[in-house]
Design a protein around this ligand. Structure first.
Ligand SMILES: Nc1ncnc2c1ncn2[C@@H]1O[C@H](COP(=O)(O)OP(=O)(O)OP(=O)(O)O)[C@@H](O)[C@H]1O
Ligand SMILES: [Mg+2]
Length: 451
């Protein structure tokens, strides 16, 4: 496409100039036709490649982020709300991959065109080129200033969108509670409050956009006027051919267009930088509680020991939950932890599951700290039935087999029978073991879920 303005000028010269001839016209038109064809073919291929690149980049970023997030320790999820993380996973990843592919495409095309146009312009007339060139640094400076501003606002936007998402996530995942308190309107207005914050940031963005368009347009129109005036003089004085001026003007438009698009790319890239900051922060974050233990003995007797354990939650480090806690549970012993609400009973269990590390002291099973056990092995040995167990929106069998690499129907049924669940699964559900239990197991009773 870089050659097309040049040959357009040539066609004009072939028609209007002193050496106008059919032969010259045919030759230049043929070259232009071939160039246009090639530009079309490669343009399509370029679009296709970038679409594919977009899909692969998108998959890669989301995969990296999700993998890193699920590996984080429970404390991470105390600090970061689910909705916010989901927003990183959807909106921010989308922005990043869109930008990387779409803008890389536009960027490479525009840079090539920009340099191509400049080379042609200088070859055509260095005097006219100089007029144009003086303006380029000014245009870049203006775009840079607005770009930095835009970047700041973009990061603010992504954050406020993430907060709004978090509200939506929380409400939708606890819709029963919302309804039982008749809080539909309250939650809607709360969501609206967050949307309004985003709108406010967007209003500030409006000024950046207006400023950017005004200054760019003014600069471009300014040079166009000067080039037309000076170029016109050169043609009238017979210093250059009229075809050359046509070519030059076409390059001039082209260059303006390229600079405008480059400005947009710049803003887009800034937006991606804003979005990617948080995404990479999550991707690069090493979990504070590592599950790198490898100890997996054939047999476990099940002696549980807490040795001088001190603990506080990472989110509230100065609120001690336990101080110098020592006790032993012998294998086969049934032990009840009794204490006031908020006394730290559930926290003991959380540490036994290696959700948190004690601040000091040790939590041991069979004399080995839980941290040294293989992650998967530990969780086949330590089982917990919560008051509100979580089921997944999958079949009954998949829920029973969750966490096992391999299992069959016999194993599932056997464990269901042991848990006294077989009868109700067979009698009270529509599809037996294939029944979908609904989101978070909402289509099961509390006791059924626990069994
Ligand atoms: N994820 C968390 N992040 C920060 N603090 C927490 C967290 N979970 C519990 N706490 C705090 O730790 C303390 C102990 O909580 P824990 O859940 O262990 O109490 P509990 O003894 O199980 O109480 P209950 O009998 O009510 O179940 C409480 O003050 C609670 O506010
Ligand atoms: Mg508890």
């Amino acid at each position: 496409r870089v050659f097309i303005p040049f040959y357009t000028g040539e066609v004009v010269t072939a028609v209007f100039g002193d050496q106008a001839s059919y032969e010259r016209l045919h030759r230049t038109v043929l070259i232009m036709g071939l160039l246009s064809l090639a530009s079309t073919v490669f343009g399509g291929l370029r679009g296709g490649s970038f679409t594919y690149a977009h899909a692969t980049i998108d998959r890669q970023i989301r995969n990296d982020l999700f993998r890193s997030v699920v590996k984080q320790e429970i404390g991470f999820f105390d600090m970061n709300k689910t909705g916010e993380i989901c927003s990183r996973l959807s909106a921010d990843c989308q922005t990043m991959s869109n930008t990387l592919s779409l803008y890389m495409n536009v960027l490479t095309r525009n840079l090539t065109m920009l340099f191509g146009s400049l080379i042609f312009m200088f070859t055509l007339s260095w005097k006219l080129s100089m007029i144009t060139l003086i303006n380029i640094p000014i245009i870049f400076l203006v775009n840079k200033i607005f770009g930095v501003w835009y970047d700041m606002l973009s990061e603010e936007t992504q954050n406020s969108v993430a907060k709004a998402n978090d509200v939506a996530e929380e409400v939708l995942s606890s819709i029963r509670t919302v309804k039982s308190f008749a809080c539909e309107n309250y939650e809607s207005s709360r969501f609206m409050t967050f949307l309004n914050v985003t709108l406010k940031i967007a209003t500030r963005k409006v000024f950046v956009v207006i400023g950017l368009i005004w200054s760019n347009e003014l600069l471009q129109m300014g040079i166009l006027t000067i080039v037309l005036w000076y170029g016109g003089h050169l043609v009238i004085d017979n210093k250059v051919e009229s075809g050359l001026l046509v070519s030059f003007l076409l390059y001039q438009f082209q260059l303006g267009e390229n600079l405008r698009e480059l400005g947009e790319v710049w803003n887009g890239l800034m937006q991606a930088v804003g979005a990617s900051r948080k995404v990479f922060e999550f991707i690069d974050r090493p979990p504070r509680v590592e599950n790198t233990g490898t100890y997996a003995p054939d047999a476990m007797t099940g002696k549980i020991e807490f040795r001088h354990v001190a603990f506080s939650y990472p989110i509230r480090p100065d609120l001690p939950i336990m101080e110098d806690l020592t006790f032993t549970v012998e294998p086969g012993e049934v032990v009840a932890l009794v204490g006031p609400s908020g006394g730290g009973k559930s926290s003991c269990i959380a540490m036994l599951e290696h959700f948190y590390e004690p601040t000091s002291g040790e939590v041991l099973i069979d004399g080995v700290p839980v941290r040294e056990y293989d992650h998967k092995y530990l969780h086949t040995k330590v089982a917990l039935v919560g008051q509100e167990p979580v089921l997944y929106a999958r079949s009954v069998s998949e829920n029973i087999g969750y966490g096992l690499d391999k299992y069959d129907d016999d194993m599932v049924q056997k464990s269901a029978k042991l848990a006294n669940a077989h009868t109700f699964i067979m009698n009270d559900t529509t599809d037996g073991y294939n029944t979908n239990v609904g989101e978070k197991g909402s289509q099961m009773s509390g006791k059924e879920k626990r069994r």
